[in-house]
Design a protein around this ligand. Structure first.
Ligand SMILES: C[S@@+](CC[C@H](N)C(=O)[O-])C[C@H]1O[C@@H](n2cnc3c(N)ncnc32)[C@H](O)[C@@H]1O
Length: 267
């Protein structure tokens, strides 16, 4: 659902990253998930062909990514998969040299983020990492149920969860600086970043409401006991199709946020 909602602005980002690439480029999508961005790369490159290499540690996501990217790629492209842990020191030797290395929302899952970026930098090319940006907002401040400001409290709890998640990764290494510095330390040059605005005004399509119900369910799960009981009760009502407060019946939900793409080049 997220990929479908992001597709239009992310296609613009894909075009921007592919600009100036040689014909038939090699693209590595590291932590590819279900393959949404590589589908866009494949569609954009359908006329010139490409070699697209998908890397992920989760086998069923990798299989799904292979299926959808293969379907989008046309006859002129090859699509390969590497089932691997990006934190594995041996990975660098398995990655082919690439014109573009794309890694979206995977580096923050890894114990040593700088080491992971070093690995990606050895394969690039242009290295583009999507991390950070602006959190997604989707709810009116006053929902008419529970205390106003629920989304702010959910996002604050998610922030605390994230810090604990990072600290709890075995072998977690702090990276007390920003992504541009990390790319520089990996030996990359021409370091830059750009933002991608994701904006679906209310009321939006049914898919938007479905996504927001899923998102709220997930946010309340990760919030756990960092969120007050009354807020949990409010979320339970909002995501229950049988409840009069069900979000799926509202016409005032929206989605607004931004992704930041940090780029550097191996010279
Ligand atoms: C938040 S998802 C991002 C998926 C996709 N790149 C996107 O931006 O929508 C993180 C992905 O990284 C993968 N991942 C997490 N830790 C990993 C690791 N250590 N090695 C390889 N892949 C990993 C997960 O399986 C998942 O597909």
């Amino acid at each position: 659902m997220a990929e479908a909602l992001d597709a239009e602005p992310m296609r613009e980002a894909a075009r921007r990253l592919l600009k100036g690439m040689p014909d038939g480029p090699t693209i590595l999508d590291v932590g590819c998930g279900a393959g949404g961005m590589s589908v866009l790369f494949a569609e954009e490159l359908a006329s010139v062909g490409a070699k697209i290499v998908l890397v992920d540690a989760t086998e069923h996501l990798l299989a799904e990514a292979h299926r959808v990217v293969r379907a989008a790629a046309g006859d002129r492209a090859t699509v390969e998969t590497i089932h691997a842990d990006v934190a594995d020191d041996a990975l660098a030797a398995k990655l082919p040299p690439a014109d573009l290395v794309w890694a979206s929302r995977v580096v923050h899952h890894l114990p040593d983020q700088q080491a992971a970026i070093d690995t990606l930098a050895r394969a690039g090319g242009l290295v583009a990492i999507s991390e950070g940006g602006l959190d997604f907002n989707c709810l009116p401040w006053d929902l008419g149920i529970g205390r106003p400001g629920l989304e702010d409290r959910l996002l604050a709890a998610r922030g605390e969860w994230f810090a604990e998640m990072r600290a709890g990764i075995p072998g977690s290494v702090p990276m007390p600086y920003g992504w541009n510095v990390a790319l520089h330390q990996a030996g990359l040059t021409d370091i830059d970043s750009f933002g991608v605005l994701i904006h679906h005004p209310a009321p939006g399509p049914d898919l938007l409401r479905e996504f927001i119900v899923e998102r709220l369910t997930w946010l309340s799960e990760v919030a756990g006991d960092r969120l007050a009981d009354d807020d949990h009760e409010t979320v339970a009502a909002l995501v229950d199709p049988a409840n009069p407060a069900f979000l799926g019946a509202r016409q005032d939900l929206f989605l607004q946020g931004a992704k930041t793409i940090h780029c550097g080049r191996r010279s």
